[in-house]
Design a protein around this ligand. Structure first.
Ligand code: G4P
Length: 508
């Protein structure tokens, strides 16, 4: 018997407390034994390759990773999503591999820009969301104002599942609205030591608040939650470990197990006997000694066994997966078996790409892993012209990882790279130097955005491309791309060439 799986991600705006909450979840699941707290983050990352210096300097998380922990017979797979807005594309893709999400909100700040963007991605895929209002140990906004904001800004029904008894200086604990128990701060540090008051005496104003809240908001409806229409809301403090146990309990009881995944010719159910999965992330050079890379695959169906042969759909021969990796917090463990909802890391030399489907028998293809139109384009200027080959390899590698996109113009020799956020440019230059020993500079490109072009009739596409050769390029996979000077120009050419399709995302 396999234990049930909950594969989820935490979405939040930087500083809301995602790292702190992640560590408390892992601690609760016994995955981290030292209570190294946030500081452990730095040590863990020091071990990684040089370019990660950027993330240390800037204190942000550049890479996604996978953490697995178990409590009460349930296996939780937590996929870390880079929180910085510049890494949205990678983050979006990670959200295609989860069955649910926890949205962390700072009680003093409410819904912030990045939370909202990530929420929209979840909504596109109807990913159900549990909300955790964090930092109630500090002075925050009124709980009603927070609930109303979630409901209004995200157009969701909200259902409070717990309630803060006071906040900040007057904080007395968190009331669980299902059990009626209050978790109280205890001891010198005022952290939660497991003292739950089962028949608490509550101040009159809190009793009144709770009555209002229970009358004024939706009651919990599991189906509405799983459809992504309602979010249960928990209040707590990741730092002081308040409400973390309630959150785990909520994930265990309400969050959906692995769901059928969109695929062609038909969606793939986790019950399908055959092993299938898709690659949502590729990370190169995790170990500077080895030029290999890890493809992160979400298993969608079947029981994966070490040594199994899987075929990437569309290109190539079956590959035997002899040393798959499961991600147990800080240690990577070699997996012998994995089940739907699990993530396995597959070491390879560049055969596996983001968006690839892997299966025991070819014929299935998972859909819906998007490439996004870049918002910033730059020309790459090589400082040493003898390094052209290395540059091309580096750009191809990074395009394959989804760090940047690369476009090879039809005319001219300066390659163009595209990113969704500014910080990716720094990462690119730093990695070119550190990993590929290529010194390059980025200069403004005469383009602002890019669109993948296609047409039903190849002649229409050719006619368009011939007339716009100076703006035509190919992406890493050889697909035709139109580089536009502005969003306005995109609109203009769309009107003039109605038979050509201009896509801002490319599904792989
Ligand atoms: P992030 O990953 O979402 O960016 O947030 P992170 O967990 O790093 O937390 C951001 C800051 O908020 C940290 O403080 C952290 O200690 C604090 N924090 C997180 N949860 C809570 C909470 O429940 N209550 C309170 N009061 N603070 C919380 P920092 O000063 O930036 O870092 P540090 O020096 O404390 O590590």
């Amino acid at each position: 018997m396999t234990s049930p799986r909950r594969t989820f991600a935490i979405i939040s705006h930087p500083d809301a407390g995602k790292t702190t909450l992640t560590e408390k979840l892992l601690l609760a699941g016994g995955a981290i034994h030292l209570a190294g707290e946030v500081k452990a983050k730095g040590q863990r990352r020091l071990a990684r390759s040089d370019w990660m210096k950027i993330e240390q300097q800037r204190g942000i998380s550049v890479t996604s990773s996978v953490m697995t922990f178990e409590t009460d017979g349930i296996t939780f797979n937590l996929l870390d999503t880079p929180g910085h807005e510049d890494f949205s594309e990678d983050t979006y893709r990670t959200l295609t591999a989860v069955d649910s999400a926890v949205m962390v909100i700072d009680a003093a700040r409410g819904i912030e820009a990045q939370t909202r963007k990530l929420f929209e991605v979840c909504r596109l895929r109807s990913v159900p969301i549990i909300t955790f209002v964090n930092k109630v140990d500090r002075e925050g906004r009124d709980p009603f104002a927070l609930l109303d904001e979630i409901a209004d800004v995200l157009a969701l029904d909200v259902c409070p599942m717990s309630w803060p008894v006071g906040m900040g200086g007057s904080f007395q604990g968190v009331l669980n609205l299902e059990t009626g128990g209050v978790s109280r701060p205890d001891g010198d540090s005022r952290t939660f030591q497991g003292r739950v008051d089962t028949s608490p005496e509550l101040p009159a104003d809190v009793i009144e608040e709770i009555e209002l809240a229970q009358g004024g908001y939706s009651s919990f409806d599991a189906e509405a939650y799983r459809n992504g229409d309602l979010t249960p809301v928990y209040f707590g403090s990741a730092l002081k470990e308040f409400g973390v146990a309630d959150l785990i309990d909520a994930l265990a009881r309400h969050a959906p197990p692995p769901r059928p995944q969109p695929a062609e010719p038909v969606p793939v159910s986790p019950e399908l006997g055959e092993v299938t999965g898709f690659v949502f992330k590729v990370q190169a050079n995790m170990d500077p000694q080895h030029r290999d890379r890890i493809a992160f695959m979400r298993l969608c169906s079947g029981t994966f066994k070490r040594g199994m042969k899987l075929t990437p759909t569309g290109h190539g021969k079956p590959i035997a997966v002899h040393s798959p990796i499961l991600f147990f917090a800080q240690n990577r463990e070699v997996a012998d078996e994995a089940f739907p909802g699990d993530i396995i890391g597959i070491p390879n030399h560049g055969t596996l790409r983001v968006g690839d489907t892997l299966s025991e028998r070819a014929g299935v293809r998972f859909t819906g892993l998007p490439n996004f139109a870049p918002e910033i384009l730059r020309r790459v200027q090589l400082k040493d012209p003898t390094k052209t080959k290395q540059l091309r390899k580096a750009l191809d590698d990074m395009a394959e990882e989804g760090v940047t996109q690369v476009f090879y113009p039809e005319i001219g020799s300066n390659w163009v790279i595209g990113v969704v956020g500014q910080l990716q440019l720094d990462v690119l230059l730093s990695r070119l130097e550190a990993e590929y020993k290529v010194a390059a500079a980025l200069e403004p490109a005469p383009f602002d955005t890019a669109r993948w072009v296609s047409a039903e009739d190849a002649a229409d596409l050719k006619a368009f491309a011939d007339l716009n050769r100076s703006a035509m390029a190919k992406d890493r996979d050889g697909n035709p791309v139109f580089l536009a000077k502005s969003a306005w120009e995109v609109g203009y050419v769309q009107d003039r060439y109605p038979k050509v399709r201009f896509a801002a995302t490319r599904e792989r």
